[in-house]
Design a protein around this ligand. Structure first.
Ligand SMILES: C[S@@+](CC[C@H](N)C(=O)[O-])C[C@H]1O[C@@H](n2cnc3c(N)ncnc32)[C@H](O)[C@@H]1O
Length: 279
């Protein structure tokens, strides 16, 4: 087995890595977070047979681009997520915002949802569960699309597999939904095909082009803008306005807002939940 020497990287190597990650994903890693580069990239070096982080950087520097560069960027994404994360927006979607959209789209019988940074899939599957359980007539007879995208190939693989540990299903998933929508598979819980089949998973970098994104009714862009600098947030929110229907909804994470970033969105609230709509 190769052991990787985690000796501290030089300032120049750290700058190189920070720039590599920023250019490819827009994720900003502050100098104060350099330790993250070392802790997350040591396993990448090890798995690729490299004896040290210095060797990893030397290998990266030999090419402009390649699979190793992708693995480094993937390792620097933060994938924290859970089922029905933060609960309040899900309650508002179920009780108010989706019923409103269902009324408005009665003629077209089409609703399109986009989970724009889906991580390991808990968010799009939460949506699929809610739609199937609370709006079964719509799921059965309308054209409902849930498009789930992420930059991380590893996370997309996990999302598409739909297999979760006990710890993961313990986070946010009510027991009746676990029993109804998952089956035990050894030490994992496997999402049932009926739900898995409702979600289309695709690779998309928010700072590249969005070639296959159609006009969308609800965009989940939750807990990802926080990793970007202000111009990147503005650029992404500008593109969101192009794909979001005029009466559609943008869902952000609780620590995120369009306020002072792009004031062409208005904030709407239901109880303790917040969403944004183009003005
Ligand atoms: C903290 S997770 C958020 C997951 C989920 N939306 C939630 O709120 O629970 C952030 C996700 O953003 C993805 N991400 C980071 N930079 C990205 C980019 N430039 N394009 C697309 N996805 C990106 C990461 O891979 C990660 O899965």
């Amino acid at each position: 087995m190769t052991t990787t020497d985690t000796t501290t990287l030089t300032a120049s190597d750290l700058t190189y890595l920070r720039e590599l990650v920023r250019q490819r994903s827009a994720i900003v890693i502050d100098e104060s977070k350099s330790y993250l580069l070392e802790s997350r990239l040591a396993p990448v070096a090890r798995r690729n047979g490299l004896g040290s982080l210095t060797e990893l950087v030397a290998r990266l520097r030999t090419q402009r681009s390649g699979p190793l560069h992708d693995l480094v960027v993937d390792a620097m994404t933060t994938n924290e997520t859970s089922f029905f994360r933060d609960l309040h927006p899900w309650t508002a979607l179920e009780k108010v915002w989706i019923p409103e959209l269902v009324q408005k789209r009665a003629a077209q019988r089409t609703l399109t949802f986009w989970n724009a940074a889906c991580s390991s899939g808990q968010e799009p599957y939460s949506l699929a569960m809610m739609l199937r359980d609370r709006f079964p007539h719509i799921v059965d007879s309308w054209n409902i699309r849930i498009i789930a995208t992420d930059l991380s190939a590893e996370m997309l693989g996990r999302s598409a597999a739909g297999r979760y540990t006990q710890l993961e299903v313990n986070r946010g998933l009510p027991a009746p939904l676990l029993v109804k929508h998952f089956r035990r598979d050894g030490q994992y819980w496997q999402i049932r095909e009926q739900l898995r089949g409702m979600v289309e998973f695709r690779s998309l970098n928010l700072v590249s082009t969005w070639p296959f994104v159609p006009q969308v009714d609800v965009i989940f862009l939750r807990n990802v803008l926080i990793y970007f600098d202000l111009p990147t947030k503005q650029q992404i929110l500008g593109k969101v306005r192009e794909v979001l229907r005029p009466d559609g909804l943008l869902m952000l994470g609780t620590a995120e807002t369009t306020l002072n970033v792009d004031d062409r969105f208005e904030r709407i609230t239901v109880d303790r939940a917040t969403a944004y709509r183009p003005r």
